[in-house]
Design a protein around this ligand. Structure first.
Ligand code: ADP
Length: 288
């Protein structure tokens, strides 16, 4: 039997019912997943966002006046051909870069004019990132990888370890705390990366092709986790070039030539958790 095969049919284990920002976590720290107020104000408001890059004397107009709002608790996918501005848009809403023109309000705060240092603070406090290549430290255990953002946030070791353990349990990896990335399957590595993205209790999760390196079964496993987190209130914006991955979200937006050309709800999003339960059973049947 494949050691890395995860036989769990339940990709996410929320030990407690939905939590809210005001409810106190057992250890006094903020809950990992915040139950968004769906009636609340938009978490993202971008208005006429432009980004121009300069290479020598040449200007590349990567974003050409993008405006949109994302409400708390939405699950939005970003699609579009290569070069259409998806990464530029994600860098801007991820507070990794400044727009050339336009405004960006994140959680009610104007962030488009902040200094790089202030932007880093906002980013660490409000945003979790998940990448296609997992971006884990290869020599560090799952626990140490998940602890990392809390080191930057200045949390003491005991609290860091407790929260890292809690986050890994949440994504179903409570039994693999001391495994290194090479000792984990691709899906498990992405789960570690998701746990790492959650430890500072972000209001927003940004995922850049999180299933891009995974086979279709494992992609469903990862989407099941993201969907469950979203159902517990986490706002997610996810870049994907795969149309079937976009079917798990509640809203799809599409870029072309630096412009937002489509923005539509998904009428009946696919249910990754149900699909994953079927796949997990198939995995067991095949392995035994
Ligand atoms: P996508 O993610 O949809 O592939 P990008 O946002 O990466 O699109 O790119 C949009 C356009 O901006 C492309 O023409 C790309 O070459 C250009 N671009 C992206 N990043 C930079 C950069 N750092 N410097 C110069 N040009 C860039």
């Amino acid at each position: 039997m494949n050691q890395n095969m995860d036989m769990s049919t339940n990709p996410v284990s929320f030990s407690s019912p939905k939590t809210t920002r005001s409810s106190s976590a057992p250890d006094g720290a903020a809950p990992l997943v915040v139950n968004a107020d769906k009636q609340g104000k938009p978490i993202i408001v971008v208005n006429n966002l432009h980004k121009r890059y300069q290479i020598g004397r040449t200007f590349v107009h990567a974003l050409r006046g993008v405006s949109l709002e994302v409400l708390p608790g939405e699950f939005v996918t970003v699609r579009g051909p290569s070069g259409s501005g998806k990464s530029t848009f994600m860098n801007l809403i991820g507070c990794l870069d400044h727009p050339t023109q336009g405004t960006y309000w994140l959680s009610g705060k104007q962030v488009s004019q902040l200094s790089s240092q202030e932007l880093a603070r906002v980013r660490n406090r409000l945003i979790g990132f998940v990448f296609q290549g997992f971006n884990l430290l290869s020599r560090a255990s799952a626990l140490s990888n998940v602890e990392m953002p809390m080191i930057y946030a200045g949390l003491r070791k005991e609290l860091r370890q407790r929260r890292a353990r809690q986050a890994l349990q949440l994504v179903g990896l409570g039994a693999r705390l001391n495994h290194k990335p090479s000792e984990l399957s691709g899906g498990q590595q992405q789960r570690v990366a998701i746990a790492r993205a959650l430890v500072n209790s972000p209001s927003l999760l940004l995922a850049d092709e999180p299933t891009g390196n995974l086979d279709s079964r494992t992609s469903v496993e990862v989407m099941a986790i993201l969907q469950a987190l979203n159902q517990h209130g986490l706002t997610i914006v996810l870049v994907t070039h795969e149309p079937d991955i976009a079917e798990y979200a509640s809203r799809q937006i599409t870029f072309r030539d630096g412009r937002l050309v489509r923005d539509e709800p998904v009428a009946n999003p696919r249910d990754a958790q149900t699909e994953w339960a079927v796949i997990a059973k198939q995995n067991i049947d095949e392995a035994l």
